[in-house]
Design a protein around this ligand. Structure first.
Ligand code: KG4
Ligand code: ZN
Length: 347
C-alpha cells in the first residue's frame, strides 16, 4: 500500500510517500520537509497567518519535487494531518489533500498529529539506512512532548489509548521556547537551550520541579518559566557577560533543562510503576533532546524507544505511517467532509 502523507500543522510543510508493509514496518520512498523556522525566528514564535502563507507557497512545489504524478497513479491513500495544530496552517494541508482525493478519487485519512508522532518511532532512518530500528512492544507508556502538547498515554494497542495526564498550561517545548526568549536566544528555543546546557552546571540554580508532588500524571510548565523570569529579573545577564557571570547563561540553561526533564522522567517512571508496560515511547519535537534521552535510559529499567532524530520534528512520513494504522481499520473518511480540528484528541 503506497500512502501520500501531507503535514502542515505548524511551521513545517512536509510531503512524504511511504510503502506500508504491515502495521509495524514501512519504507520511506520520499520525505520532504520545508521548514519555516527561520521565518518565524524574526517574530520570536510562530505566527499562524505567516505559517499558512508559507505552506501555500511550497505545498505544490513539494508535491512536484516528491514526484507525485498529476493523476495520482501509484498512490492508494492520502493521509493528512487534520489536527491538533494551528487552524490557518492545518487548513492548507487539509484542503490540498481534499482536492487531490476528490480529483483522483482516492480514499482520504484524517490523521491526528500526535498519533503521527507516535508512529514516528516505527519509522526507518533515511540518513542512516542500515541503522537498527528498535520497535516498541505494546502495551507502552507514551510520553508525547512537542511545542503544543505534553501528554502521558497508555498505548494498549495500535490506535487504542488511555490518556493518563497532560499539561495544565504550557507544553514542554513551549517552556523551552519561552525560556529561550527570556534568555535572548533564538526560536525554536529547545535546540538552543539544550546545546548551551551541555557546557553548563545543572545544579547552579535550583528551579522548581512543578507538579512532582501532585501524584497524578499531569504536568505544568508555566510556573517553571515564571521562576526563570523572576530569577533573571533579580540576576540579569547582559550579553557581553554571558560567559563571565555566575551562574552563566549556560548554567541557567542547564539548570532549567534539568528541572524540566526531571519532571518528565519522574512522571513517566511513576506511570511505568503503575501500569507495568512492556516499553516506553518518547516522541515529539522535544524527544530530540539529548539529556532527556540519556535520563530516560538511565532512570527506567525497560526499553525506551525514541524516533530517529530526523523524524522527531514534524514530518509527513509519520503522518502517512499513522494513516496506514488507520487504513488497516478501514477508517478512511468522506474527503469532502474533512475539516481541520485544532482540538483533535487521541484519547
Ligand atoms: O513536534 P514539534 O516539531 O512541533 C509541534 O508539534 O509542536 O515540536 C517542536 C518543539 C519546539 O518547542 C522546540 O523548541 C522543541 O520541540 N525542541 C526541543 C529540542 N528540539 C526541538 N526541545 C528541547 N530540546 C531539543 N533538543
Ligand atoms: Zn509535532
Amino acid at each position: 500500500m503506497r500512502i501520500l502523507g501531507l503535514e502542515t500543522s505548524c511551521d513545517e510543510t512536509s510531503v512524504a510517500i511511504i510503502e506500508s508493509r504491515d502495521n509495524r514496518s514501512f519504507v520511506i520512498e520520499k520525505s520532504l520537509i520545508a521548514s519555516q523556522a527561520a521565518k518565524h525566528a524574526e517574530y520570536g514564535g510562530v505566527i499562524p497567518e505567516v505559517a499558512a502563507r508559507c505552506h501555500v507557497e511550497v505545498m505544490f512545489p513539494l508535491l512536484e519535487a516528491a514526484g507525485v504524478s498529476r493523476d495520482g497513479s501509484g498512490i492508494d491513500f492520502i493521509a493528512v494531518t487534520a489536527g491538533p495544530g494551528l487552524v490557518p496552517a492545518l487548513r492548507i494541508g487539509v484542503e490540498a489533500a481534499k482536492a487531490l482525493a476528490f480529483a483522483w478519487q482516492k480514499p482520504l485519512i484524517a490523521v491526528n498529529h500526535m498519533e503521527g508522532h507516535l508512529a514516528s518511532v516505527f519509522s526507518p532512518s533515511i540518513k542512516e539506512p542500515g541503522a537498527t530500528q528498535i520497535l516498541p512492544e505494546l502495551p507502552a507508556i507514551c510520553l508525547l512532548v512537542s511545542g503544543g502538547h505534553t501528554e502521558l498515554l497508555l498505548m494498549k494497542d495500535f490506535c487504542e489509548y488511555e490518556l493518563l495526564g497532560k499539561t495544565r498550561d504550557d507544553a514542554a517545548g513551549e517552556a523551552f521556547d519561552k525560556v529561550a526568549k527570556l534568555l535572548g536566544l533564538q526560536y525554536p528555543g529547545g535546540p538552543e537551550i539544550s546545546r548551551r546546557a551541555l557546557s553548563g552546571n545543572r545544579t547552579a540554580v535550583n528551579f522548581p520541579r512543578p507538579m512532582l508532588d501532585s501524584y497524578d500524571f499531569d504536568f505544568s510548565f508555566s510556573g517553571l518559566k515564571t521562576a526563570v523570569a523572576v530569577y533573571l529579573k533579580k540576576n540579569p545577564i547582559t550579553p557581553s557577560l554571558h560567559h563571565s557571570t555566575t551562574p552563566s547563561l549556560e548554567d541557567i540553561c542547564a539548570s532549567f533543562e534539568q528541572a524540566a526533564i526531571d519532571v518528565l522522567v519522574e512522571k513517566t517512571r511513576r506511570a511505568v510503576e503503575k501500569f507495568q508496560p512492556k516499553s516506553v515511547i518518547v516522541s515529539g519535537g522535544v524527544s530530540a533532546n539529548t539529556f532527556l534521552r540519556q535520563e530516560m535510559k538511565n532512570k527506567l529499567s525497560l526499553p525506551v524507544v525514541f524516533p530517529f532524530i530526523e523524524f522527531t520534528g514534524d514530518n509527513a512520513a509519520m503522518i502517512a505511517a499513522a494513516g496506514a494504522w488507520r487504513a488497516a481499520r478501514n477508517e478512511s473518511v468522506d474527503s469532502l467532509r474533512v475539516e481541520a480540528d485544532p482540538n483533535l484528541r487521541l484519547a
